[in-house]
Structures are given as structure tokens and as C-alpha cells.
Design a protein around this ligand. Structure first.
Ligand SMILES: [Zn+2]
Ligand SMILES: [Zn+2]
Length: 352
């Protein structure tokens, strides 16, 4: 994610900010220009107060004054369920980050009309109804219970995953959506099957054997085996990716988005990584010569070389704060080839 400056005073402000902490000015994000503007006089998203959405309203007269991110959410908890709405708030923040990144990468974000296109159902489980996080035919369901840190951490530990976040879930599920939109039924399916395996193998059987017949918690997103000492999978980015070629693709897609966003942030913040020999390798400006901070112009080996240094540096930083590694994954040659597949797909979809 790029960094933003307050349009009034120039102070550093974040993508999520509704108000500049330095000068108290109200801010609004305009997706078409990927920038924060002075909110005064603008048509703002109707969910600004309810869930802290800081985007401007979509100009489409059918938008009911929702922004282009909130419009993608077609199902929310009942308005009188305040606990669920606070979880909705915590989920819509990373969802806006996801939508912004998809726009930034030039991926098609087609709002659902009838039976096709993309929609999000953000739902809370009730006593009579469970909610499984997952994707089906363009509809992404997120179980809002996982917006709570305690619940998500409990699931993370029970599944032995090193990394589990709502943003990670969203990036994983959108991977399923783009598999359907960009791979299924296209000539890319041939290379897909060579790299990821045959997607025609039965998904239900794969699920059963992965969980040993136990009920699955959800379409879990970024798993990774035993975080303590299990060796990484040679051919997969995570344990969950081993389950079925669809999950392998979704996990690879999510990691592509992690890496793209991480490098964009590193470039715009201005990060230099010095290795053990003390030689400083600039990340800033090296992502693109123009400073546009898009990885679209780079080949995957260059992207991964930059990411490797950055991830090592950030892991060391987290350890210095007593936190777990920021990026607790190993990218093997087989995984790199899968990421290259995703990169080619994204570049093709964006016309780059
Ligand atoms: Zn300001
Ligand atoms: Zn909104």
C-alpha cells in the first residue's frame, strides 16, 4: 500500500483515516485516483459513521450512496445486532484494502448482477446457523466471528497455522474468484494443471482426507503446518495448499497479493535493507524506475529477490519486538513457479 499525505497539512495519514490526526481535517478516499481528499463538499459513503468507511460514494445513481467497496457487500448482519456490526467494521477495513489493491493491480472487479460477478456476504453465525468462510461462484462468504482476535487466534492454534488474518482470508477467497474468472475454461488451464495438479479431483474427498474426516472449520486461508519446527512443504506455500489444486492456487494468489502489497509499502515508505555484510540494497525506487511502485513491470525472480531481503529484515524487526515473524513462510523453487503463474495471469488480466 502506498502512503498518503493529508491534503490540508501534508502530515502522514493512513489509507483508513477519516480524520487527519495532525490538523483535524476530515478525509475521504477517492478510488478512481487512489488518493485521500478533503471530505468537505464531497458525496461520502453512507456507511461512514456506521462502520468507519472513509470512501466517497459511488457516482452510479443506483449505488444508494454506498462506495464501490461497500456496494460489493450484499449481505450484512441485522442492523440491531451491534456486536456483529462491530465485527463487520473490523472486516470492511481489510476488505477496502483488498478492493484498493485489486484496482491498483488492474484486476477486474465486477460487481455482481444476477448470477455473475463478485459479491461479499459478511455474516455472523447464530445459534441455529453456522457460517463457513469460503467462495462459491463469485460469492465470498466471511464468518464475522473471526474478526474477533480471541476467536481467530483459537482457530489459528487449533489448525497449527503460523499466520491467520482477515486480510489473508479475503486474499485467499478472491483467489478462488479469479481462478473461476481467469483460469477455468481458458487456455491457461493447461499450465495450471501442470503446476498445481488436476483440479478435477474430487474436492469433498480432498477435504475429508485433509482434515482426517473431522468437520472443517472453514475454507481456512493461509495455513502452514506446525509453525514451530515442521519443515516447509517443498511444493506448496502452506499445509492448506496441499489439500486440492484450487486451494493451492488460492493460497498462491493470496501470497502474491501479500508480496505485491508489502513491496509497494516498502517502496513508498522508503526501506533500505542491509544484509549481514552491511551492504545496503535500496528497495525504494528499485521496484520501478519511475517510483510508481507497481510490480507489474518486474519478472517474478526480481520480485522474489527483493521480497526475500525485505522479509528477512522485517522478520528480524519483529523478533526484536518479541513478535512472531512477519512472514513465516519459505518460498521454494516450486512455489516461485506458481507465483510466476499468478503474476503472468494478473499482468494479462490488467493488460500489462
Ligand atoms: Zn492534516
Ligand atoms: Zn463505503
Amino acid at each position: 500500500m502506498r502512503v498518503f499525505a493529508c491534503p490540508n497539512c501534508g502530515a502522514w495519514v493512513e489509507f483508513e483515516d477519516r480524520v487527519c490526526l495532525a490538523c483535524d481535517t476530515e478525509l475521504a478516499y477517492a478510488p478512481a485516483i487512489d488518493d485521500l481528499l478533503l471530505a468537505e463538499g464531497l458525496d461520502l459513503c453512507v456507511f461512514r459513521d456506521d462502520i468507519g468507511c472513509n470512501w466517497i460514494a459511488d457516482a452510479d445513481p443506483r449505488s444508494a450512496q454506498q462506495c464501490s467497496s461497500c456496494r460489493l457487500t450484499t449481505r450484512r448482519p441485522p442492523v440491531d445486532d451491534l456486536a456483529a456490526w462491530s465485527q463487520l467494521t473490523l472486516t470492511e477495513y481489510p476488505k477496502r484494502r483488498l478492493v484498493r489493491q485489486l484496482n491498483h493491480l488492474g484486476l477486474p472487479v465486477i460487481r455482481r448482477e444476477g448470477d455473475s460477478g463478485l459479491a461479499f456476504e459478511l455474516r455472523s453465525p447464530t445459534e441455529s446457523e453456522t457460517v463457513l468462510t469460503g467462495h462459491a461462484d463469485g460469492v465470498i462468504t466471511i464468518n464475522l466471528a473471526e474478526a474477533g482476535d480471541a476467536r481467530r487466534e483459537e482457530v489459528r492454534i487449533s489448525l497449527g497455522e503460523p499466520y491467520r488474518t482477515i486480510l489473508g482470508h479475503l486474499r485467499h477467497e478472491i483467489g478462488h474468484y479469479y481462478w473461476l474468472a481467469l483460469v477455468a475454461g481458458t487456455p491457461d488451464l493447461t499450465r495450471f494443471r501442470r503446476l498445481f495438479g488436476d483440479d478435477r479431483q474430487d474436492y469433498g474427498d480432498a477435504l475429508d482426507s485433509h482434515y482426517g474426516g473431522a468437520d472443517s472449520e472453514s475454507d481456512a486461508g493461509a495455513g502452514g503446518g506446525d509453525p514451530a519446527d515442521a519443515p516447509p512443504h517443498e511444493d506448496h506455500i502452506s499445509d492448506y495448499a496441499t489439500m486440492h489444486p484450487w486451494e493451492d492456487f488460492a493460497e498462491s494468489f493470496a501470497h502474491y497479493l501479500h508480496i505485491a502489497d508489502g513491496l509497494e509499502t516498502a517502496a513508498t515508505v522508503g526501506v533500505y535493507i542491509a544484509g549481514p555484510s552491511g551492504v545496503s540494497a535500496p528497495l525504494a525506487g528499485s521496484i520501478t524506475s519511475s517510483g510508481a511502485a507497481s510490480i507489474a513491470e518486474l519478472a517474478m525472480p526480481e520480485i522474489l529477490a527483493r521480497w526475500h531481503g525485505f522479509a528477512l529484515g522485517m522478520n528480524a524487526m519483529n523478533r526484536s519486538m518479541g513478535e512472531p515473524d512477519l512472514y513465516p513462510f519459505v518460498i521454494t523453487a516450486a512455489v516461485a513457479e506458481k507465483l510466476d503463474y499468478v503474476h503472468t495471469l494478473v499482468r494479462g488480466a490488467s493488460g500489462r
